[in-house]
Design a protein around this ligand. Structure first.
Ligand code: GCU
Length: 672
């Protein structure tokens, strides 16, 4: 059944020339590399893929003959294969045609076995997407060292902000029962180059560090290891109190430090290649070093000291905000920027893409570029907490790309900060909050698979174009027929701006209804904490709308580099997309379009609805190109989205109108 379980690794039979070339270029498979679980995985994947695509399994042989596909490591490389091995690094690969022993062959070459695995997936991708395999000439090495999924999975299998079923990790049956799905999860990640996974929620329970859970995590690590994926755990800062019976978790207390050292030793006895700890501290009620008058560096460095002898890292999150802050957007910078240079070498500070919380659009986080002595990881959210969960079709490639390509004004883009090249950091990381669960299709909807995919591809190379990634995904997942492929890609690329328009246009943010964050709630104003109320974020009144973060307001804009701050301090030089993020403006403020702000706001809400209607029409026209099961499923989801885009538009406009007291702009249609 076409239920989406196979993700982008479908390997359905190709047609015509595309099939013929796979048959011609993969007549046989030669492993010119040491046998290891990883090269075994590569060979198994190639055989499975080629069998599916070409309808014939290639013979595994040691003989080099015409049409052979060779997996080659440097040490085993046959004479006559000239390659610049150095630039491939530990994980990179090269794919190309070569003549070896007089035979016309294809080589997948790498320095080590993980590179061969990645190269095998890249070759299969080229085959699936219909590239000319005889002209193949790729060299690729990851720009970012740690490419990680963060699972917000609780030990009871509830997934915080998860919209794709329960947690994949069946803690009850682990460590003895290894669901085959764990292997498929590893294959999917390895196909993108994802090389780390944090198994449990950042809102962590100390239990995850007890011996029974470590044994379970070790069993998962054993499944993932051949696929180049390391396991990490979220650590609860107060674990020494809760598990160790200590009176304090003060990071400067010798007994606390000793407890963590012993715990780290225990973790590495269970999982020798354990990746490290992810920590959410002093945020949203989580314990942390500030409970003892210490700072984030004190806390992170204590854990870093415990992990360092084993080669582990600490990913310390910068997502912090306290109650009654006048501007929540400022807090992370205020707490972290002064600590630049105070973190141990194996600490990475993990920063969300924007200063609030995974909104449809935010400016990039001001910490990027502002902590040159500290490796900063970019944290993206793949699960769509604020973007319509898994029912709305919103492709995140353009959102991720927009953040990565933003110029920090500190000498480079966010991508250059995150990949470490701007400041010469060897340690670099990018993390995506996973959208994966037990649903047959893994992600809750067919199209949400593309967000996992886009994240992985951008983690490998943050400069890949979102359109290119979407094209590959569509070709691997739905169809290679050019017209259909382009139509789907167009839908995907338009979908991000659509959700911005129908939820939070012009720099508005956090208008979602409380707690669950699904659907509109701009009127909500009764929460225990002011900074959880949508009214705190939009500040709409008779006089106008928007959060003044300019020098006349909270001056959050001053946390950006001078060149950026100058632009965004003035509404006339602030892009319309961020206008109400930084400015509180009168309803009749003149927009570049010639409309008033009020009329522009209404027009954007309308445009969002129109784009969704257009996506629906496009999808309906694709019926002949898509299998009935997935076509019908996506169509049903789009119908929900079309209805709910109207709900968003009509609720927001009605509410803002009640505040502004203004009539609807001329020509506006009344709510349907
Ligand atoms: C958001 C989200 C929480 C999550 C938090 C975090 O606020 O709603 O569920 O715990 O982010 O990133 O820590």
């Amino acid at each position: 059944a076409e239920d989406g379980y196979d993700l982008w690794l479908r390997y359905r039979p190709l047609a015509g020339a595309a099939q013929a070339q796979v048959q011609a270029r993969a007549r046989s498979l030669v492993l010119a590399a040491p046998t290891s679980p990883t090269t075994q995985a590569a060979v198994t994947e190639l055989r499975r893929g080629i069998q599916g695509l070409a309808g014939r399994e290639p013979e595994l042989t040691s003989r080099v003959s015409p049409g052979a596909l060779l997996l080659v490591t440097r040490a085993q490389a046959p004479a006559g294969l000239a390659l610049s091995w150095e630039e491939l690094g530990r994980e990179g690969y090269a794919l190309r045609r070569a003549t070896l022993q007089g035979a016309d062959v294809t080589v997948i070459a790498a320095n080590g076995d993980v590179g061969l695995l990645y190269g095998s997936f890249a070759w299969l991708r080229a085959a699936q997407t219909g590239e000319d395999l005889s002209k193949l000439d790729q060299r690729s090495a990851p720009k970012v060292a740690l490419r990680m999924l963060n699972h917000w999975d609780n030990l009871d299998r509830h997934v915080e902000r998860g919209y794709a079923g329960a947690s994949l990790w069946d803690w009850w049956k682990l460590p003895d029962i290894l669901d085959p799905r764990y292997t498929d999860y590893a294959r999917a990640n390895a196909s993108l180059g994802i090389n780390g996974t944090v198994l449990n929620n950042v809102n962590a329970k100390a239990d995850s560090l007890t011996a029974p859970y470590l044994a379970k995590a070790a069993a998962l690590a054993g499944v993932f290891r051949p696929y180049g994926i390391k396991v990490y755990l979220s650590a609860r800062f107060s674990a020494p109190v809760e598990l160790g019976g200590l009176k304090t978790a003060d990071p400067l207390d010798p007994a606390v430090r000793a407890w963590w050292k012993a715990k780290a030793d225990e973790v590495y006895r269970a999982i020798p290649d354990f990746g490290g700890f992810l920590v959410k501290a002093n945020s949203e009620g989580q314990p942390g070093p500030q409970d003892y008058g210490r700072n984030h560096a004190d806390g992170a460095n204590m854990l870093a000291e415990a992990l360092a002898p084993h080669g582990g890292v600490v990913l310390w999150r910068a997502f912090v905000y306290a109650a009654d802050a006048s501007d929540r957007a400022k807090q992370a910078y205020a707490e972290f920027q002064p600590l630049d240079g105070r973190f141990a070498p194996n600490v990475i500070v993990q920063v969300k893409n924007g200063p609030i919380d995974f909104q449809p659009r935010e400016p990039f986080h001001p910490l990027f570029g502002a902590m040159p002595k500290t490796p900063l990881a970019l944290e993206l959210q793949i699960t769509k907490e604020y973007l319509g969960f898994s029912t709305h079709l919103v492709h995140l490639g353009p959102l991720f790309e927009e953040v990565l390509q933003a110029d920090t004004g500190h000498g480079g883009t966010v991508a250059r900060v995150v990949d470490g090249s701007l400041e010469g950091h060897k340690l670099s990381a990018i993390a995506g909050v996973a959208n994966i669960g037990t649903d047959r299709n893994w992600s809750g909807s067919q199209f949400d698979q593309a967000n996992w995919y886009a994240f992985g591809r951008l983690a490998w190379d943050p400069d890949t174009k979102a359109g290119r990634i979407a094209r590959d995904w569509v070709a691997q997942t739905f169809t290679t027929r050019p017209a259909a492929r382009d139509a789907i890609v167009d839908m995907m690329l338009a979908s991000r701006e659509a959700v911005v328009d129908y939820m939070t246009p012009l720099g508005l943010h956090h208008l979602m209804d409380t707690g669950h964050h699904y659907g509109p709630g701009p009127w909500v104003n009764n929460l225990e904490r002011a900074d959880w109320n949508p009214t705190y974020f939009h500040k709409a009144g008779r006089d106008g709308i928007g959060f003044d973060r300019s020098p006349t307001g909270s001056n959050a804009v001053a946390q950006y580099a001078p060149s950026v701050a100058r632009l965004w301090s003035d509404p006339r030089t602030t892009p319309p997309e961020l206008l109400l993020w930084f400015h509180h403006l009168p309803w009749d403020y003149a927009m570049p379009s010639g409309r008033t702000l009020w009329a522009e706001l209404v027009a954007r809400y309308d445009r969002g609805v129109a784009t969704v209607d257009d996506m629906r029409r496009r999808w309906a026209a694709l019926e002949p190109d898509i299998d009935p099961q997935r076509h019908a499923e996506v169509a049903a989801y789009l119908a929900v989205q079309a209805r709910e885009a109207r709900w968003w538009r009509d609720a927001c406009i009605a509410y803002f109108q009640s505040v502004s007291g203004l009539p609807l702009p001329a020509g506006t249609r009344p709510p349907e």
